[in-house]
Design a protein around this ligand. Structure first.
Ligand SMILES: Nc1ncnc2c1ncn2[C@@H]1O[C@H](COP(=O)(O)OP(=O)(O)OP(=O)(O)O)[C@@H](O)[C@H]1O
Ligand SMILES: [Mg+2]
Length: 263
């Protein structure tokens, strides 16, 4: 089975009758082994809902979501939700150890492993601080560390860098790319940031306004590693122009059609 995640023709609505809201409309998404794939779409279009479905927290109204070919997917993905969900009354090390402890690892062993991963994630020495005592960038790294430590190698990351200033964000992208390259993880990543999606990914799905449909699938054929400077290349700009054209279909195209390859 090559695909780690297959979302096949998934639709989702909430509520009944007058109150019904259609959120996803026939969405297809694939993530292969050790792929990095992003979802790019307007606010409120249904991205987090799709993650809730893939993780098994919700069922689709129509279609199917499979992890490693199986519909029985609850507990098979590491899921970093949009809010970092660190518990402010617990030390960072205990927040990070939690992912292992809920899977049955004894506390002392979970703490030892949490200390190791905090070191690797550049948070060595901060384990005994409380979540409220570290910066936003550190909190997000700690939440990512917890997600990685739980040991799942299919990861759903919902806007993990959403709260960061642009400089920290660029550093975190580089750092995530390094961590991912050394791991066996397959990642599905949500972002609003076009540069971020293209820089990180093997493939980018652009979604429409709610109810979300996939309006563009971009295979990003740029070499790795991808230093930040790559955003200034012509190849990068062409991907970006295409993504923006589909994200903002009502805006007049500012860029000469010639530079944009056909969809
Ligand atoms: N459990 C639920 N019950 C009812 N409506 C819901 C539920 N979950 C999500 N929705 C609705 O579905 C729509 C899409 O929400 P979702 O959180 O998936 O969007 P999103 O693309 O992640 O947005 P953002 O980019 O702002 O995070 C919203 O209108 C939201 O109110
Ligand atoms: Mg969301």
């Amino acid at each position: 089975m090559e695909e780690r995640i297959s979302v096949n023709n998934v639709s989702k609505g909430f509520g009944e009758g007058e109150a019904r809201v259609d959120v996803l409309d026939g969405v297809d998404v694939r993530v292969g082994r050790h792929n990095f794939v992003s979802l790019l779409g307007p606010s409120g279009c249904g991205k987090s809902t799709l993650f809730n479905i893939i993780s098994g927290l919700m069922e689709p109204t129509e279609g199917e979501a499979l992890v490693d070919g199986s519909d029985d997917r609850l507990g098979t993905c590491g899921y970093m939700q949009q809010k970092d969900l660190l518990m402010p009354w617990k030390k960072i090390v205990d927040n990070v150890a939690l992912g292992l402890m809920v899977k049955g690892t004894p506390r002392s062993e979970a703490r030892r492993q949490a200390d190791d991963i905090l070191e690797r994630f550049g948070l060595g020495g901060f384990g005994h601080r409380y979540a409220s005592e570290i910066s936003g960038g550190m909190r997000q790294r700690a939440a990512l560390a917890r997600t990685f430590l739980a040991g799942d190698d299919v990861l759903l990351l919902d806007e993990p860098f959403g709260a960061l200033d642009s400089l920290t964000r660029l550093q975190m992208q580089s750092w995530l790319l390094d961590v991912w390259q050394e791991s066996a993880a397959s990642i599905l990543f949500i972002t609003h940031d076009v540069d971020e999606a293209i820089r990180l990914s093997d493939r980018v799905y652009v979604l429409s306004e709610r109810p979300a449909r996939v309006v563009l699938t971009l295979e990003i054929d740029l070499p790795r590693p991808r230093p930040y400077e790559m955003v200034m290349t012509r190849e990068f700009a062409e991907y970006k122009a295409q993504a923006i054209r589909y994200l903002h279909p009502d805006e007049p195209a500012l860029i000469d059609e010639e530079v944009i390859p056909d969809a």
